[in-house]
Design a protein around this ligand. Structure first.
Ligand code: NAD
Length: 287
């Protein structure tokens, strides 16, 4: 097996990267599950950076329309598309509609995700399967359609140095085990190696694939962990930086990771967690 880069790809010059405020101008971004939480904020930040954004939702059209309205109110472009990411036919229809209405897709943010927390010995197969279906299979189905589109189209140097960018929203739980959440951790651990293997496979097609792994970010998925003072106090014992994350923290990172500013980054997970993965229990220095 010869994995050496071809002479053609070895001679690709590094891009000339500037930092215009609207660095995603003329790009189309599809953000799954963007009617709420991180997806919503990521969609808004991508639009502020100039991308036209496809807002995907599975069940709540109203919240997706709210995200789209907010983007349009700021002068951005947004299209709302229904689709359950765990259903192959929905995902294919969502990409078809995106390409019909917007011409192509340049950026996929695989954000949709769920938790169904239960003790391991009480977990039903349905609870296991549902979380894997949405969090892992959903990311596979969307990434596959995106890669097909990126490969068909190739690089347009005037738009971006890459043929396409995929950002997988993972979690600190791709590396931190979490009792009572075995299905969730298995799904995010799966996302980690799916992302890395895919990044390796499509790098020579100039497709970049990376993950964002949030720690505790203030959204509905973890409301129980921050909504009372006692819960927040407990949570902060796990965050060396001393504050909970806000969705905009993640939105800004997604913009950077989607832009040519990060052109040499692929196959990497960026943790955005205020230091949660730094073993905070050891921070006193005592054994
Ligand atoms: P959220 O519940 O607000 O957002 C999840 C979104 O996914 C919702 O809009 C939901 O409707 C959508 N969704 C669920 N199933 C879907 C499906 N089958 N098809 C399409 N959309 C679907 O929670 P969030 O915190 O914004 O979560 C977003 C992502 O961030 C998830 O992947 C989650 O695992 C990850 N994450 C969040 C945190 C955090 O602290 N908030 C930490 C680590 C990882």
């Amino acid at each position: 097996m010869n994995n050496a880069p071809s002479s053609a790809s070895a001679s690709i010059p590094p891009p000339v990267v500037s930092d215009p405020p609207r660095r995603l101008e003329k790009q189309i971004a599809l953000v799954t599950g963007s009617g709420s939480g991180l997806g919503r904020e990521i969609a808004i930040e991508l639009a502020r950076a100039g991308a036209a954004v496809v807002i995907n939702y599975a069940h709540s059209a109203k919240s997706a329309e709210q995200t789209a309205s907010e983007i349009r109110a700021e002068g951005g472009r947004a299209l709302v598309v229904q689709g359950d990411v765990s259903r192959e036919a929905d995902v294919q229809a969502m990409f078809r509609r995106t390409c019909e209405e917007c011409g192509t897709v340049d950026i996929l943010v695989n954000n949709a995700g769920i938790e169904q927390d239960v003790a391991f010995d009480e977990m039903t197969l349905a609870q296991w399967q549902k979380v894997i279906d949405v969090n892992l299979t959903g990311q596979f189905l969307c990434a596959r359609e995106a890669v097909r589109q990126f490969k068909r189209r190739g690089v347009r140097p005037e738009i971006s140095s890459a043929a396409g960018k995929i950002i997988c929203i993972s979690s600190v739980h791709e590396v931190i085990p979490w009792a009572g959440h075995v299905n969730y951790c298995a799904s995010k651990g799966g996302v980690m190696l799916m992302m890395k293997s895919l990044a390796q496979e499509v790098a020579r097609d100039r497709i970049r694939v990376n993950s964002i792994a949030p720690g505790a970010i203030r959204t509905d998925i973890n409301r129980h962990a921050w909504e009372t003072p006692e819960a927040m106090r407990q949570l902060l014992t796990m965050i060396p930086y001393g504050r909970i994350g806000e969705p905009a923290d993640v939105g800004r990172l997604a913009v950077w990771l989607a832009s040519d500013q990060s052109d040499y980054i692929t196959g990497t997970t960026i943790f955005i967690d205020g230091g949660m993965v730094l073993y905070p229990a050891f921070s006193s220095g005592k054994g």
